[in-house]
Design a protein around this ligand. Structure first.
Ligand code: GCU
Length: 409
């Protein structure tokens, strides 16, 4: 196969190669895992280790924020019955500083509320028209239609991404929303001198080692640090935090859910390759394509599987399995073939064995449901009409799923 053919994405189901998926309940030596105890003591740690070592990279140390500070709060929001908080998460170490700014909207109540937590792509001020929301100062990707010039956000971006965040809907259903610009933890570019990585370098080191974290690992780490703050917030029920993410941030949300069991629910919106799509299917975006386009997302060891997916010791259904027995929801979009909707569904299906070990129902059928027919078991799934995006329909399903698991209704 020529170099060009290797980079071409396949969109023809009949050309998906036959493949053997690793069984999430068979130990590397061939022993069958028959109970939760064996899964939790042996197989789960072994699986997690493989993802750390070969896919996302491990965090080479223990790194927490040094302080949290509420920088602004108010009731003057564009939403009914909501309060706003803006919280700075600060990391100080060896003369270096990392600041992440969290925006929260919470329903006005004296009860602690469950929260959806998700990173955003272009800054907190893009998710709302609220004029009180601070504009991000971190490096952002240039996007001329959002008025971003020289990688700097400005007033023109305010509210440009409100369509992706159903804030009033979330509030009306009794949930809070917490969001942070993902580049606050690591700007999305192939540069390891910025973001959180340098905080754990040894003397003379200027990039992570081949089995150490890339950008997805940094974003997942950031989600855990946001949860550290939520645990201290008296208005939040931190035992009910649903981590949600779209696309590359959906990959990071899954990895956060796998590595941090405090996340009670995990939601993947169109996460595709390196998210819930099975790598071995090589449908749409492939390991080789993603590593070429985004060399900073995964650990360098992952490049060994470029055009070599069958040698991966794991596949993405096992990432979903790492979330068990906690509820996980996978969403696809019909026109998002790049992300391989069928591969996204199948990883939920093949992870379901592990949910069943816990006596929970996953996705029992190998057949995908029809468009707009959500399945809501301990593993949930829907495919909706339309493009790669987050829509009101998606949020409505996430709220239903959260209601089911958090409120039993
Ligand atoms: C690209 C990339 C995907 C990613 C997406 C996104 O399309 O190939 O893997 O999910 O960007 O984050 O929007």
């Amino acid at each position: 196969m020529g170099a060009e053919a290797q980079y071409q994405a396949n969109y023809d189901e009949s050309k998906v190669p036959s493949y053997n998926l690793p069984d999430p309940l068979v130990m590397p030596g061939g022993r069958q895992v028959k109970n939760v105890k064996k899964w939790e003591r042996k197989m789960r740690p072994a699986t997690l280790h493989l993802f750390e070592d070969q896919v996302y990279g491990k965090i080479p140390g223990d790194l927490k924020m040094t302080s949290f500070r509420i920088v602004e709060e108010g009731k003057n929001t564009p939403y009914k019955n909501a309060i706003r908080k803006q919280v700075e998460l600060l990391l100080e170490k060896d003369g270096k500083e990392l600041r992440a700014l969290m925006l929260m909207y919470l329903p006005e109540t004296d009860q602690k509320v469950p929260v959806f937590l998700g990173l955003n792509f272009y800054g907190n001020h893009t998710v709302t028209e609220d004029v009180n929301v601070l504009i991000t100062e971190s490096w952002v990707r240039n996007e001329s239609s959002f008025g971003i010039v020289n990688n700097q956000s400005n007033e023109k971006g305010r509210g440009v991404r409100t369509n992706r965040w159903a804030i009033q809907e979330i509030i009306d259903n009794g949930y809070g929303l917490a969001t942070i610009y993902y580049g606050d933890f690591d700007p999305d570019r192939d540069d390891f001198s910025d973001g959180v990585h340098p905080f754990l370098y040894h003397y003379g080191q200027d990039k992570p080692r081949p089995n150490e974290w890339g950008a997805l690992g940094a974003w997942a780490w950031g989600l855990s640090r946001a949860l550290d703050y939520l645990e201290t917030d008296p208005d939040v029920d931190a035992s009910k935090v649903a981590v949600m993410g779209h696309s590359r941030i959906g990959k990071a949300a899954l990895w956060a859910g796998a590595t941090d069991v405090r996340f009670a629910v995990v939601i993947s919106n169109n996460s595709g390759c390196g998210g819930t799509a099975l790598s071995r299917r090589r449908f749409g975006e492939t390991v080789q394509i993603i590593n070429a386009a985004f060399p900073h997302w995964f650990c360098d060891n992952f490049t060994a599987y470029n055009n070599n997916e069958d040698n991966l010791p794991i596949d993405q259904h096992q990432l979903v399995a790492l979330i068990a027995p906690r509820p996980v929801y996978i969403a696809s979009a019909e026109e998002d073939q790049w992300a391989d909707p069928r591969g996204e569904y199948l990883s939920g299906y093949h992870a379901s064995k592990v949910y069943e070990l816990y006596g929970k129902k996953g996705l029992p059928s190998p057949e995908m449901p029809a468009i707009h027919q959500p399945v809501m078991n301990q593993v949930g799934y829907h495919i909706r009409a339309g493009e790669h995006d987050v829509t009101l329909y998606d949020w409505q399903q996430y709220i239903r799923f959260a209601n089911l698991h958090f409120l039993n209704r």
